[in-house]
Design a protein around this ligand. Structure first.
Ligand SMILES: [Zn+2]
Ligand SMILES: [Zn+2]
Length: 187
């Protein structure tokens, strides 16, 4: 697996996401990739790394002398301002974990707002966004335009109009501010 590149070609895909690690600075979950699934010992080691070491964005998962250095990777050319990786949302690991809904922009799992119908009916993938980032002027991040007219059948939730939703945002904003005043100030 020695390579001039830090990570082997083709590694950064959703099927090779083995776990997530939280940046101790921005709190975002970053995907941990490896070509082979981790065995029991490697999982233990990764658990140790997650518990005991201060991983942060813009760096490798481990130091050069660690066995994982050429085996287990994170994106290294990202910073704490980089949104959540798309591989996070499409990884099997995440789909099997119900508590994994997080904001695309800040990575926080609270204050999430349901995407408006004008997005979900026009785009195949609409990523979650929290109320604070909507308030800051960010929008729902979306990809892949749906070509056919008004096809919303595949989506779980729809709102009949946007004013309800704005009210929801306002309500959630108040509620979550009380609990988590420190979450979104980092970026
Ligand atoms: Zn970070
Ligand atoms: Zn957010």
């Amino acid at each position: 697996m020695k390579s001039a590149e830090r990570a082997p070609n083709g590694l950064f895909v959703n099927t090779k996401v083995r776990d997530y690690i939280e940046c101790f600075q921005c709190g975002k979950l970053r995907c941990v990739f490896s070509n082979q699934a981790l065995d029991a010992n490697e999982k233990k080691e990764l658990y140790f790394i997650k518990e005991e070491m201060n991983y942060s964005c813009d760096s490798s998962l481990v130091e050069e002398d660690h066995e994982f250095y050429t085996k287990v990777f994170v994106h290294e050319k990202i910073t704490c301002k980089t949104p959540i990786e798309l591989a996070y949302y499409s990884s099997n690991l995440r789909r099997s974990n119900h508590n994994s809904q997080i904001c695309y922009w800040c990575g926080f799992d609270g204050g999430l707002v349901d995407p408006p119908v004008d997005k979900t009916s026009n785009y195949k993938f609409v990523f979650l966004c929290c109320c604070w980032y909507l308030e800051k002027g960010k929008d729902f991040f979306y990809r892949v335009e749906i070509k056919t007219n008004k096809k919303t059948g595949g989506k779980k939730r729809n709102f009949s109009n946007n004013s309800n939703q704005i009210q929801n945002v306002a309500n959630q904003l108040d509620m979550y501010r009380l609990n988590d005043t420190n979450i979104c100030h980092l970026i």
